[in-house]
Design a protein around this ligand. Structure first.
Ligand code: ADP
Ligand code: MG
Length: 401
């Protein structure tokens, strides 16, 4: 993979950086988790320190291909400025008059952030033809391109994919780090290797289960997806999330695991509630005793102990997806226990622990953990899953030498 060093001397050159600044905002437009901004800073700082004229571009949310103030990156420019410790100019458009002027005014080592790329329909157009004009306009702003938005490298989009055909291009430090960690999960991982999967839907994670069943020693399953596994084993799951159409696929996984000696760890008890709400009546029941009128919203305390135990001797762990509806306090304990177990084995055994997925990352921060208590917290949920599925990611493929 080409890296920034391959771009040569950057002093005085205009470098377009694609970052992932897609942060959650509250109703008042304030950033609620700046993890992605923080993760983007080192590469931007590196380029500025080398004397490049740095043009940062990114998207926020899902505007419909035209300007929409609700999705403006302006609050992100302010946060970026604080974290970088230097001024960040803000262009109020992507490739228009404001962008051209702001870029023209840059001096060596200065930084500008362009407005939300998705204010232009060309960014996410489905065909290369549809994206070409926008990619060319972006390319005209710069002399070189650095791809550092790991969260978007699985997308065939103008600022991720097409732009690399138009400018000398390289991976930024964040993309290099993310890819390095994910490689360690797929090539010769230290054993025992445990994979913990949760989150809302099995169908989101099927490809990963398929691929990791051939690599991991243990698969621990919680979250909403676990009920499809329990049902596949003949248990009743009441009102819990269930994907009936995946039952056969899941039965297939259970069989494959048995044939290949991969241990599947399912919860022994479940926190069930009368409805999907923090105030609902809730109690702990055995996993084979879920009442017909209750829904499972977390793994129970016994399961948390079992899961922690199954993680205690692991030397490599990939975790994607919370164990329960952790956003509501009564259903956060299972997720908290998994986070704790990962922090412990990272500190005590220097295990490689990787957290993937936006909600999982938000959960560990909600519990007060620092990022550096884990081996790595991926900024790209979808991208890391596709990587682990063994897919070719378009935005990485184009950075190969
Ligand atoms: P990530 O973003 O980490 O990949 P997902 O997006 O797959 O995770 O899933 C996260 C969501 O799954 C959370 O919002 C959480 O509330 C929900 N969830 C977890 N367990 C359950 C459950 N038992 N029932 C309903 N929702 C659940
Ligand atoms: Mg999510």
């Amino acid at each position: 993979m080409k890296t920034i060093a391959d771009l040569g001397d950057l002093r005085g050159r205009r470098v377009l950086v694609r970052s992932d600044l897609n942060v959650p905002l509250d109703d008042a437009g304030a950033i609620t988790d700046d993890g992605r901004v923080r993760a983007s800073v080192p590469t931007i700082k590196d380029l500025a320190d080398q004397g490049a004229r740095v043009i940062v571009c990114a998207h926020l949310g899902r505007p419909k291909g035209e300007p929409d103030p609700q999705f403006s990156l302006r609050p992100v420019a302010t946060r970026l400025e604080e974290l970088l410790g230097q001024p960040v100019a803000f262009a109020t458009d992507t490739v228009g008059e404001s962008a051209r002027q702001a870029v023209g005014a840059l001096e060596d080592g200065q930084v500008v952030l362009l407005e939300n790329l998705r204010f232009n329909a060309g960014e996410t157009a489905k065909t290369a033809d549809g994206r070409r004009e926008f990619a060319e306009q972006l390319a005209a702003l710069a002399d070189a391109f650095v791809s550092d938005g790991f969260g978007v490298v699985h997308r065939e989009q103008a600022s991720v994919f097409d732009i690399t055909q138009l400018l000398p291009s390289a991976a930024g430090g964040l993309v290099e780090t993310e890819v390095g960690v994910l490689r360690r999960l797929t090539e010769d991982p230290q054993r025992p290797y445990a994979v913990v999967l949760g989150g809302a839907k099995v169908s989101d994670k099927l490809g990963v289960i398929d691929n990791l069943l051939a690599k991991a020693d243990r698969l621990l399953i919680g979250g909403g997806m676990v009920f499809t596994f329990l049902k596949a084993q003949g248990l009743e799951v009441g009102q819990s999330l269930l994907e009936e159409d995946q039952l056969d696929v899941v039965r297939g996984y259970l069989q494959t695991a048995e044939d290949t000696g991969v241990e599947i760890v399912l919860p022994t008890d479940i926190v069930v509630a009368t409805e999907f709400s923090a105030d609902a009546d809730h109690e702990v029941v055995a996993a084979d005793q879920i009442p017909a009128d209750r829904m499972g919203l977390d793994i129970g305390p016994d399961s948390s102990r079992v899961f922690a135990d199954k993680l205690a001797d692991a030397r490599t762990v990939f975790w994607n997806g919370p164990m329960g509806a952790f956003e509501m306090a009564p259903y956060a304990d299972g997720t908290r226990a998994v986070a704790r177990a990962l922090v412990d084995i990272t500190a005590e055994h220097d295990a490689l622990t990787v957290v993937g997925g936006g909600d999982s990352a938000a959960a560990v921060r909600q519990f007060g953990h620092r990022d550096d208590e884990f081996g790595h917290i991926s900024t790209g949920g979808g991208a890391s899953l596709e990587f682990l599925e063994g897919k070719t990611l378009p935005g990485l493929d184009v950075l190969e030498d």
